[in-house]
Design a binder for this molecule. Structure first.
Ligand SMILES: *[C@@H]1O[C@H](CO)[C@@H](O)[C@H](O)[C@H]1NC(C)=O
Ligand SMILES: *[C@@H]1O[C@H](CO)[C@@H](O)[C@H](O)[C@H]1NC(C)=O
Ligand SMILES: *[C@@H]1O[C@H](CO)[C@@H](O)[C@H](O)[C@H]1NC(C)=O
Ligand SMILES: *[C@@H]1O[C@H](CO)[C@@H](O)[C@H](O)[C@H]1NC(C)=O
Ligand SMILES: *[C@@H]1O[C@H](CO)[C@@H](O)[C@H](O)[C@H]1NC(C)=O
Ligand SMILES: *[C@@H]1O[C@H](CO)[C@@H](O)[C@H](O)[C@H]1NC(C)=O
Ligand SMILES: *[C@@H]1O[C@H](CO)[C@@H](O)[C@H](O)[C@H]1NC(C)=O
Ligand SMILES: *[C@@H]1O[C@H](CO)[C@@H](O)[C@H](O)[C@H]1NC(C)=O
Ligand SMILES: *[C@@H]1O[C@H](CO)[C@@H](O)[C@H](O)[C@H]1NC(C)=O
Ligand SMILES: *[C@@H]1O[C@H](CO)[C@@H](O)[C@H](O)[C@H]1NC(C)=O
Ligand SMILES: *[C@@H]1O[C@H](CO)[C@@H](O)[C@H](O)[C@H]1NC(C)=O
Ligand SMILES: *[C@@H]1O[C@H](CO)[C@@H](O)[C@H](O)[C@H]1NC(C)=O
Length: 715
């Protein structure tokens, strides 16, 4: 979650629209009174709409439709001009914050009564849920439309070519995020939209539109074209460019394959925003890009560019947003990077860049986000901090430098970057104590210091990081006690990974944590001898690892009430005792369950079909394995690894293996099983290792086991 910057990228690159462009403004206090026929049309339209939150409660039979939510009338003629039924956006005109937060969408059908709104310019249905229904053809007959926004409205199926009759359209947004969702058979209908300025068909399957480029190129006024994740079939290398008015071009996530960037793109001299990410373009970053100096956004991430970062790129003085992540870029980062003085966000991570970060980075006083992780650098962390502090102390929000071979100590100067929301220094060689100044970040949400050489204690003022949601300090050399004051204000913490240190949790028996964790690993901490009672207060745990934590206690029964959420549960290597209640809902969603090396007793628990790994070895489970093995016999199981070694299980193995056919490892060793193996064990065709030794089995393995071609049996 890096939500803090989300707003930035949504807003800062909005290209200024011509003044006559109509945005859906929703309710406006108008003095005109609504026209009867149009009110009837709207009421009819409402009838077919599903409106679970009753947002349209103001749409009443005798009301004045010019004052209804989402309706805007012309201020002189009183004709309905705009219909804004966007769910997601505060400017959609909804009345209360509660309605906005409820996020319950409109659905249902669109009634053709809309055709009676002869002066409707602007129709915005974005962010709704017209699930599984196609875009109605009649929309193509609302000739007055200049703006049609069906972005994420939930429609599926073929896009009606009738939309090509909307000859006044300036703005068309059909963006979809349902897969498979919308598709086209061709794009010929675009020829009917000569005034179009903005076209967004991202997420729509355009694979049948082999002439997508020739057709969009005929739109003389187009300045914003977005075809991200559109399965574009092919990108023509050359083209006589007609849409040189283009300001924004987004062709990301089309995976054109190992081709070069087509040369016609370099002719788009006015481009302000160019997104070619995730297309597997190859070769050097092309020199022909160097004339595109108007660019404010350049995203070439997730391609195969393998040159160095060309120096001319640093002369793009308007560049706000530069993303070169995940290529094979070589060489060093030149100090000319300090010429990108407009830069707000720079991401060069996951390349092969070497050398130190130039100090000139410190000249970029507008930076809010620096991501340089996973390169070959290697440098003292203090040097980097020092250059960042030249002018970024009030600004920088995101600093990611994981896997960067950084070393040295993290000093208290860090605290001067006081607006940090994300700090990721994982997997470096940074040593010394954690600086006290870490506690002073009032906006810090994500902190990852894992896999370093930090030593000493965890400072108590961590407890002040009231915005923290994710904390990784695992795999360091931290030691000492962690007490409730370390957590005092961590009310939003959801992820806490701290294994691989020498830490002790010192909280009172009745401590109630201020947080509700989802992911927790305290492996190898000293938590025992009592089972930590506060764990039972954590109602949303999905991942829990408290293995090897010196717990020597009966497991509280209420822990099993949490277990229906677990996807990973590791209580191994303790001395936990008690029975596991034989309730089918236990372990119902878990995929990995490791209770090994404890003192659990009683019968084996039922497992659900979602369990993939189950290790119950080295416990005191006893009795027969029949109900465990034959429970819901006809349901397919996913389990691949089952370890029951070193228990007191006894009796015969029942003939219930038919649906256990995902098993790869089956360990039954060191129990008191008797009898012979049943025929159904031959269903385990994926089995690679079977451990039957130290039991009282007799007889031969059934001939059916010959089906298990990859099997090794350990006697
Ligand atoms: C009507 O709206 C137009 C533009 O939206 C505005 O210029 C004009 O002043 C308004 N007229 C009245 C009477 O409100
Ligand atoms: C269309 O809808 C999307 C999603 O609600 C929104 O981001 C965009 O600004 C809308 N476009 C216009 C012109 O209102
Ligand atoms: C959309 O509507 C469908 C069917 O009406 C429903 O199953 C689905 O949960 C809805 N999705 C959302 C996000 O509300
Ligand atoms: C709409 O467009 C279709 C072709 O896409 C055409 O056959 C039809 O006559 C048009 N209707 C109107 C009202 O223009
Ligand atoms: C480009 O524009 C010129 C002049 O406006 C026109 O003659 C030509 O046909 C157009 N080419 C394409 C491919 O649309
Ligand atoms: C870059 O990739 C191209 C195409 O795969 C290859 O021909 C060229 O040798 C590579 N250059 C470097 C410096 O690796
Ligand atoms: C870039 O500009 C130079 C000098 O103005 C010009 O010679 C060259 O052809 C241009 N390159 C492209 C790809 O437009
Ligand atoms: C960066 O700026 C310096 C000083 O103004 C200048 O000498 C240098 O040529 C610039 N580098 C680039 C790549 O524009
Ligand atoms: C940690 O960094 C080293 C190189 O410094 C790298 O080999 C290793 O894959 C990284 N580990 C992770 C988990 O990213
Ligand atoms: C916890 O946060 C509150 C409000 O943000 C603040 O008044 C209090 O001092 C903080 N306590 C600690 C221990 O940081
Ligand atoms: C644990 O906490 C208690 C009470 O807060 C304190 O007296 C004791 O010294 C602490 N133990 C350790 C090892 O820090
Ligand atoms: C567990 O949940 C069940 C049903 O929700 C409830 O009856 C029982 O008291 C709970 N047990 C504990 C120990 O919280």
């Amino acid at each position: 979650m890096e939500g803090s910057l989300g707003f930035l990228f949504l807003t800062f690159l909005i290209i200024p629209l011509p003044h006559y462009f109509i945005f859906c403004t929703g309710h406006i206090d108008s003095k005109v009174r609504c026209i009867d026929s149009e009110r009837h049309a709207l009421l009819k339209f409402k009838q077919d709409l599903i409106d679970p939150s009753n947002w349209l409660s103001s749409w009443t039979i005798d009301g004045d439709c010019c004052h209804w939510v989402g309706v805007v009338c012309h201020n002189l003629t009183a004709h309905v001009q705009q219909l804004c039924l966007r769910t997601f956006h505060p400017s959609g005109g909804f009345e209360s914050e509660e309605q906005y937060e409820a996020l319950i969408f409109f659905g249902g059908k669109l009634n053709p009564s809309l055709l009676d709104l002869k002066h409707l310019n602007n129709f915005d249905l974005s962010f709704n849920n017209f699930s599984a229904s196609p875009i109605p053809e009649f929309l193509g007959s609302i000739k007055s439309l200049t703006s049609l926004n069906l972005s994420n409205a939930g429609f599926v199926g073929v896009i009606p070519h009738q939309l090509g009759n909307l000859s006044n359209l300036l703005y068309l947004n059909l963006k979809s995020s349902i897969f498979p969702g919308l598709y086209v058979n061709n794009l010929q209908w675009l020829l009917g939209l000569p005034l179009l300025q903005h076209l967004d068909m991202s997420g729509i399957d355009l694979s049948k539109a082999s002439d997508w480029l020739q057709l969009t190129n005929t739109l003389p006024s187009l300045f914003d074209l977005r075809l991200s994740y559109s399965q574009l079939p092919f990108i023509p290398p050359t083209l006589l460019v007609n849409f040189s008015s283009l300001l924004t071009l987004d062709l990301s996530e089309n995976q054109f394959g190992n081709t070069l960037i087509p040369s016609w793109i370099f002719g788009l001299h006015n481009l302000v925003s160019l997104d070619l990410s995730e297309n597997y373009f190859q070769g050097p970053i092309p020199i022909d890009l160097q004339n595109m100096t108007s660019l404010r956004l350049l995203d070439l991430s997730l391609n195969n560019f393998n040159s160095s970062i060309p120096n001319w790129l640093y002369s793009f003085s308007h560049l706000d947003f530069l993303n070169l992540r995940y290529n094979n870029l070589q060489g060093i980062i030149s100090s000319d990077i300090g010429n990108l003085t407009s830069a707000i966000s720079i991401d060069l991570s996951e390349n092969e860049l070497g050398g130190k970060l130039p100090r000139s980075l410190g000249n970029l006083c507008n930076l809010r986000e620096i991501k340089l992780s996973s390169n070959k650098g290697g440098q003292e962390i203090f040097e980097i901090l020092e250059s960042l502090l030249v002018c970024l102390s009030d600004r920088l929000e995101i600093l990611r430098l994981f896997n960067s071979q950084l070393y040295g100590h993290l000093t208290d100067e860090l605290g001067l970057l006081k607006n940090l929301a994300v700090l990721d220094l994982a997997n470096n060689s940074i040593s010394g104590p954690l600086p006290l100044s870490l506690g002073s970040f009032s906006s810090l949400g994500y902190l990852d210091l894992s896999k370093n050489l930090f030593n000493g204690i965890v400072p108590q003022n961590f407890g002040q990081l009231s915005k923290l949601h994710t904390l990784h300090i695992e795999s360091n050399m931290l030691e000492g006690a962690v007490s409730k004051s370390h957590f005092s204000n961590l009310t939003g913490l959801t992820t806490f990974f701290a294994f691989g240190n020498q830490l002790t949790l010192n909280v009172s028996h009745d401590w109630i944590p201020p947080f509700q964790l989802e992911l927790l690993s305290l492996q190898s901490w000293k938590l025992g001898p009592k089972f930590p009672p506060w764990l039972c207060s954590q109602r949303y745990l999905l991942y829990l690892d408290i293995s090897n934590t010196q717990i020597s206690d009966v497991i509280p029964p209420s822990i099993w009430n949490l277990s229906s959420l677990f996807i990973y549960l590791n209580l191994s290597h303790n001395q936990i005792n008690g029975e596991i209640p034989n309730n089918p809902s236990i372990l119902s969603t878990s995929s990995v369950v490791d209770l090994s090396s404890n003192h659990f007793k009683g019968s084996l628990p039922y497992i659900s079909s979602s369990v993939v790994v189950l290790d119950l070895s080295d416990n005191s489970f006893s009795k027969s394995i029949s109900s465990f093995l034959c429970f819901k016999m006809n349901d397919s199981k996913s389990i691949g690894y089952l370890n029951l070694e070193k228990n007191n299980l006894s009796g015969k193995i029942p003939d219930c293996w038919m649906k256990w056919n995902s098993l790869v490892v089956l360990n039954l060793a060191n129990n008191n099983f008797s009898g012979s193996f049943p025929t159904s064990i031959g269903s385990l065709t994926l089995l690679k290792s079977l451990h039957p030794y130290n039991n009282k089995f007799f007889g031969n393995f059934p001939s059916s086991l010959r089906n298990c071609e990859k099997l090794v049996i350990y006697y």
